[in-house]
Ligand binder design. Structure first.
Ligand SMILES: Nc1ncnc2c1ncn2[C@@H]1O[C@H](COP(=O)(O)OP(=O)(O)OP(=O)(O)O)[C@@H](O)[C@H]1O
Length: 315
């Protein structure tokens, strides 16, 4: 559905070059649900805008829905939907009319555009709001209308740029319910950008981690966490035992950090490593005051790859 090779995009800002995307290689199969995860400025939106033909690449090639983004942009656009970060419907016409106008812009007859507007309103649970002007809708309703706008042409592939940013948790969950249904019932291929770690983790079957214009990891959330982060053990000991407890941990692995009276250890499997560590401490006469284990998050993956926390890079 997507095949990109070496896509790059350079901007010039105040006479300085900004390498927004540095050589994106990406293959997405039909029906996949892929998250582009990365901090602000990582190049996620720029990548999407190139793949949707809104922005020409500086170099590189890509085919999207079977057509070349450079030489056949109209054919690409006819087969994809794009929901940008900004609202796509205007303020002044009723939601239904905005959708009809969108249908007409794809060359549909008035009758077909009206019929399709009715279908997408139904699909996004917006039928009761069809006669309202977009400006009067809530944030979550407005976002659903944006998605409806992106679906008017029955796209095989839908790009969503930060579909749930700025929404309250209830509206976020509601948006995802609709997106997931779309995939189940229509087998739409979906590529979305996010900087919500939990969203990428729970919603996507594949996460492409982007940082400073490059893909730095690509896999299922489970794979990425197992391969790149591992479980975490945290043991708390009495102050005089801290140095000896840390040294004991260092015999097991290099990934040891000490904070106050707590020793943090990264291991592939906490269930196997914790009893071993506790036994080793006991052999040295050290008693643990508390022991905790935690499964890794995608933030741990980002930290392992970049030395930075994705949470800290949020603006
Ligand atoms: N039109 C533009 N002109 C100049 N620089 C741009 C332009 N668009 C993006 N950039 C720069 O390119 C880099 C990548 O931006 P991009 O918007 O793709 O990142 P992003 O990962 O989508 O970030 P965000 O999560 O904030 O949307 C940033 O340094 C940004 O300032």
């Amino acid at each position: 559905m997507i095949r990109a090779r070496g896509l790059t995009r350079r901007f010039t800002v105040k006479r300085h070059p900004v390498e927004a995307v540095r050589g994106l290689d990406l293959d997405v199969e039909p029906g996949q649900l892929v998250a582009f995860l990365g901090p602000n400025g990582a190049g996620k939106s720029t990548s999407l805008r190139m793949l949707t033909t809104l922005l020409p690449p500086t170099s590189g090639t890509a085919t999207v829905a079977g057509h070349d983004i450079r030489t056949e942009p109209a054919a690409v656009r006819a087969r994809i939907g794009y929901v940008g970060q900004k609202n796509s419907a205007g303020e002044n016409y009723r939601a239904r009319d905005e959708l009809i106008t969108q249908g007409r812009s794809y060359g549909m007859s008035r009758h077909d555009a009206r019929h399709r507007a009715g279908e997408v309103l139904e699909l996004l649970d917006l039928t009761a709001l069809a006669d309202r002007k977009p400006g009067t809708l809530s944030g979550g309703q407005r976002r659903r209308l944006d998605i409806a706008m992106g679906l008017v042409n029955r796209p095989e592939l839908l790009f969503l740029d930060e579909p749930s940013t700025g929404l309250d948790p209830h509206s976020r969950a509601n948006i995802w319910e609709h997106v997931l249904r779309l995939r189940e019932e229509h087998r739409t291929t979906l590529l979305f950008t996010t900087h919500y770690l939990d969203e990428a983790d729970t919603m996507a079957e594949r996460v492409v981690v982007v940082d400073e214009g490059r893909v730095i990891a690509d896999g299922t959330p489970g794979q990425l966490k197992a391969d790149l982060a591992g479980d975490r053990i945290t043991i708390t000991v009495a102050q005089p035992d801290v140095a000896a407890a840390a040294e004991t941990a260092e015999r097991m692995t290099d990934a040891v950090t000490v904070e106050d009276r707590s020793i943090r250890v990264r291991v592939p499997r906490a269930d196997a490593a914790l009893p071993e560590y506790l036994r080793a401490l006991e052999d040295r006469g050290i008693k643990a005051i508390a022991a905790e284990t935690a499964r890794p998050t995608l933030d741990d993956v980002f930290l392992a790859l970049t030395g930075r926390s994705l949470r800290e890079t949020q603006s």
